[in-house]
Design a protein around this ligand. Structure first.
Ligand SMILES: C[S@@+](CC[C@H](N)C(=O)[O-])C[C@H]1O[C@@H](n2cnc3c(N)ncnc32)[C@H](O)[C@@H]1O
Length: 307
């Protein structure tokens, strides 16, 4: 099962997620610090994990801690304070061990509890400071829309979220809620699955369309994703979704959903997502046209391949 083996090694698609996050946070920190009096901003890693993978790769809390060191050495330094949430005791021990130096410096605080339980503690810790929330759960069920509401409703305009949204996992739950099976176990789980989907995306408007329309898997996923995005937008955020894939021609593992109240954020994030898309295309052309790797333009790849 993926949860047990997740920290064995850093998957190539997780690297994409980390790359986008790491690239974005630098200009975010530099820009947002200018609207503060003390140049202090927060980054909350709501599903932090062990901070290091068994293969030695850097996990998100360590990546963020290293980034906070970098920010502190800029010509106009920024104090990037980090709050990590991790309820699993084994992962938490590793997180504490790996981030010990930053805990001692006062840069990092780790909370050994579930995200939902940690939210009041996070909000009282960060008060009205600018904050970026990285929400990176396993699967779709750990984060209900209502959990995010106190964050979405912050009066601090420099509040941003980067959410791992398991579109494929969610569509499977939604499909299960529509099952026509007579199996008593399946029948019993239907209301729970229906409620689960509504709780996750923040409304039940998906049910009717799901029941009535003959949609393809991709259309069902896009439909659920679009309702989630619309519900986030109701809180005054511009929202962008990027599919994280292992390779160009592969289906999305999940979407990274970025929420901001500033147009500059969308422009910046768009650039980093575009760079990731370019690197996917380059990897693809290197794999498929090794002899012409340096000269195979994206146009040629698109013309010559059937995806
Ligand atoms: C996908 S992993 C995080 C990976 C990490 N963000 C990284 O990029 O290196 C998800 C983590 O969330 C933790 N977790 C599980 N349920 C949680 C919950 N309800 N609240 C917060 N964390 C949870 C798991 O123990 C696991 O370490």
């Amino acid at each position: 099962m993926e949860k047990e083996t997740f920290f064995n090694y850093l998957k190539p698609w997780s690297k994409r997620k980390h790359r986008i996050l790491g690239k974005y946070l630098k200009p975010f920190a530099a820009k947002v610090a200018t609207i503060t009096q003390n140049r202090e901003i927060f980054c909350i890693d709501g599903f932090a994990g062990a901070a290091k993978y068994d293969d030695g790769s850097v996990g998100s809390p360590l990546m963020l801690a290293q980034l906070s060191d970098e920010c502190s050495k800029w010509q106009n330094p920024v104090t990037l304070k980090l709050i990590n949430i991790e309820p699993n005791n084994k992962n938490f021990s590793s997180l504490e061990y790996i981030t010990q130096d930053w805990i001692n410096k006062g840069t990092v605080k780790n909370f050994n509890e579930k995200f939902i339980d940690a939210i009041p503690h996070i909000l009282s810790e960060i008060r009205n400071a600018p904050a970026f929330f990285f929400v990176d759960p396993f699967g779709p069920t750990a984060v209900h829309f209502s959990h995010l509401q106190p964050i979405l409703q912050r009066t601090q305009q420099a509040t941003e979220l980067f959410i791992n949204f398991d579109t494929d996992g969610l569509q499977r739950i939604a499909d299960a809620s529509q099952s026509k099976s007579d199996n008593p176990k399946t029948v019993k789980s239907i209301p729970k699955n229906t409620q689960n989907v509504s709780d996750i995306i923040g409304s039940d408007e998906w049910i009717q369309t799901y029941q009535n329309k003959n949609l393809t898997t991709e259309q069902r996923q896009n439909f659920l994703l679009s309702i989630y995005i619309n519900n986030l937008r109701k809180f005054g955020y511009a929202v962008v979704a990027y599919p994280i894939r292992e390779a160009l021609e592969k289906a999305a593992k999940y979407h990274m959903i970025y929420c901001t109240r500033h147009n500059d954020g969308v422009i910046l994030m768009n650039d980093f997502m575009f760079e990731e898309e370019n690197s996917l295309e380059e990897e693809h052309s290197t794999m498929h046209f090794p002899l012409f790797a340096s000269s195979a333009s994206k146009k040629n790849v698109a013309k010559n391949c059937i995806f």
